[in-house]
Design a binder for this molecule. Structure first.
Ligand code: RUB
Length: 316
């Protein structure tokens, strides 16, 4: 179909995701669902099949933005799988209802996961955090709501410094925060009781894909005997890995690592992978809204929720 039939609200959302104005797996999911709803509401399609074709085209456009966070394809699966009805109005209404239900589930999942994750934190604990994860922050926030006194050490998270967002969030909550450069992580683990991070994707083997630096942090934490908790709603489980598929690790622009001035007269290859893979043996628990799991057992939950043949309705 002509790209013109993908509504501007979809292309704007796709650009905002690609440019990381909208970022973090949960925020990407919500924005994706909302963009599909706008496509349905604003569409001038004459019949139900045409509207479904437009929704698939919009979904392909969104899918092509960032390759690593599985919340994006899982959102597309959820909404497209419910775009049903005989006539165009019925399809439109089913999409609007599906998106409302999806966003509601997203909010509830984060709240429920937060309560479960908080049970791992004790009064007086210090938590070391990497990047900016709303799922991880939900655990810490729930612990504070339970009256626990929690302090935080926050890693800067080069190159884009999402740790600054986490520091602001925790500072606003009145948490005692120490902000450190990434290379201070091993040393600072001596003063931490927990590592608490989010995830972009979790594979069937329990491997955690999260912001670059997570894997090194988890290995250091094991060396220091500090438990590693990954907070990740079930939307982060990647059903395509059930059949052995891998996950694409996004590489981003050189300019994120060194600006133009620093690159002048420098003839080197800059490599900028945005995510890395933490093997399950370095993770103590994956906290979801359905409970907390040893990473090796997450495959059972994945199968229950997604079945073993997830499909790609946007490619049909
Ligand atoms: C963000 C990141 C976050 C996860 C989880 O990377 O790695 O830890 O997305 O976030 P980026 P949330 O900044 O490149 O998107 O818990 O909010 O879903």
């Amino acid at each position: 179909m002509a790209t013109g039939e993908v509504r501007q609200s979809v292309t704007e959302t796709a650009t905002a995701i690609a440019d990381m104005e909208i970022r973090g797996a949960a925020a990407i999911a919500e924005a994706t669902a909302t963009a599909l709803r706008e496509q349905a509401v604003q569409s001038e399609a004459a019949d139900a099949d045409r509207l479904r074709a437009e929704l698939r085209a919009a979904a392909r456009h969104l899918y092509d933005t960032r390759p690593t966070a599985v919340s994006l394809p899982n959102t597309l699966r959820y909404v497209l799988g419910r775009a049903s009805g005989e006539d165009v109005d019925a399809v439109r209404e089913s999409v609007v209802a599906a998106v409302a239900e999806f966003c509601d589930r997203l909010d509830r999942a984060q709240t429920d996961l937060g309560t479960i994750g908080a049970s791992r934190l004790q009064d007086g604990d210090t938590v070391l955090m990497h990047c900016h994860s709303t799922d991880a922050l939900a655990c810490l926030e729930a612990a504070l709501d339970q009256g626990k006194d929690i302090a935080a050490i926050v890693k800067e998270t080069r190159p884009r410094r999402q740790g600054v967002l986490t520091a602001h969030h925790l500072d606003d909550l009145g948490v005692d925060v120490r902000f450190v450069v990434d290379s201070a992580a091993h040393r600072m683990l001596a003063e931490a009781d927990h590592v608490l991070v989010g995830a972009d994707t979790i594979t069937a083997t329990g491997t955690v894909i999260n912001k670059i630096g997570t894997a090194g942090l988890a290995v250091s934490a094991r060396e220091r005997d500090v438990p590693v908790t990954v907070a990740a709603q079930t939307l982060k489980l990647d059903p395509e890995t059930l059949s052995g598929g891998g996950v694409d690790i996004e590489h981003r622009a050189d300019a994120e690592v060194l600006d133009a001035e620093a690159r002048t007269d420098l003839d080197v290859d800059i490599v900028n992978p945005a995510f890395d893979e933490t093997p399950p043996r370095y993770v103590d628990a994956i906290v979801t809204e359905r409970g907390q799991f040893p990473p090796e057992s997450i495959v059972t939950l994945m199968r229950d929720l997604y079945g073993s043949e997830p499909g790609r309705p946007w490619e049909e």
